[in-house]
Design a protein around this ligand. Structure first.
Ligand code: AG3
Length: 289
């Protein structure tokens, strides 16, 4: 008997992964949670049937959502992770000794429990004494914060279901307020390729551009996400993602990474022409110079 997991990427395209067995299936107050074991990608986590991570390619996402801002901001002490219940972003952050405090706000406690049990590869850093977990809605959590964080990482699901609020103008405005005067916000920014995803991507960029003085987008290759071409947003009050990159300093940390390098960091901000065009269509004219 053959077992396959499939995620529709458009009404006409789907990605299927052969599965050896299903390790977990459950329904939380917020979403359906599944963990599978597969010969090609190892274990993988899906929420409401959408691929969140696989053991084989999660390093790409988690290295790029953390090391890009960490190599730019010279002195990150306090970080907020919104979402990220699988622990991948936290795992990368705790590698930095200079970080003193990490708050993680995940709406769904069951995601963390399930990942601790079935995905120890990502959920391995929650025991670090600097990490503080809050199980509540990130949108609500951030409303009361001001001038507190050096870095906010928005490690969300797609802009529908429980993650929808994390793509709103109100949320980005509150992130701006929660950041210190030289703070950076990085967010998972969807894919530019298929029409539905591109619309979400464009809408998110428009709202971020309206909320932050510096807003750039960078790209990664994630084989198990729709089209394999994925974007992250870099929004900042002061630091520019390339001009303020301190690659020499970052290299001195001696961190062993499998995807991120300061050279790739610069390249990741060079976007294909059609993506530049998509993003520019929602930027004010002065940003286009
Ligand atoms: N965050 C979800 C990215 C969106 C994937 N979309 C999809 N498969 N349709 C991943 C969380 C990793 N920490």
């Amino acid at each position: 008997m053959e077992l396959w997991f499939s995620e529709p990427h458009t009404p006409n395209v789907k990605l299927s992964i052969r599965v050896d067995k299903q390790l977990y299936s459950g329904q939380s107050e917020f979403q359906r949670i599944d963990v599978f074991e597969s010969p090609e990608f190892g274990r993988f986590l899906t929420l409401d049937g959408y691929m969140m991570l696989t053991e084989k390619d999660e390093f790409i996402y988690h290295e790029m959502i953390t090391h890009v801002p960490m190599a730019v901001h010279p002195n990150v002490k306090k970080v907020l992770v919104i979402g990220g219940g699988d622990g991948g972003a936290v795992r990368e952050l705790i590698r930095y000794e200079n970080i003193e405090h990490i708050d993680m706000v995940e709406i769904d406690e069951l995601v963390v429990e399930v990942c601790k049990k079935y995905l120890p590869q990502t959920a391995c850093g929650f025991g670090d004494s600097r990490v503080h977990l809050y199980f509540e809605d990130g949108l609500r959590f951030i409303r009361s914060k001001a001038d507190e964080y050096d870095l906010i990482i928005v490690d969300s699901t797609d802009p529908f279901g429980p993650g929808e609020g994390l793509f709103t103008k109100e949320f980005y405005g509150n992130c701006y307020k929660a950041l210190r005067e030289d703070g950076i916000m990085v967010n998972q920014h969807e894919s530019p390729f298929y029409d539905g995803d591109a619309t979400a991507c464009k809408r998110a960029h428009k709202r971020i551009v309206e909320s932050f003085p510096i807003s750039r987008v960078y790209q990664v290759h994630i084989p198990t996400y729709p089209s394999g071409h994925w974007l992250f947003g870099f929004a900042s009050k002061k630091y520019h993602p390339i001009h303020d990159l301190n690659g020499v300093q970052w290299k001195l940390l001696g961190m062993d990474t499998r995807y991120y390098t300061p050279r790739l960091h610069e390249g990741a901000f060079c976007l294909p022409a059609y993506v530049e065009k998509l993003l520019r269509s929602v930027e004010p004219v002065s940003e286009n110079l």
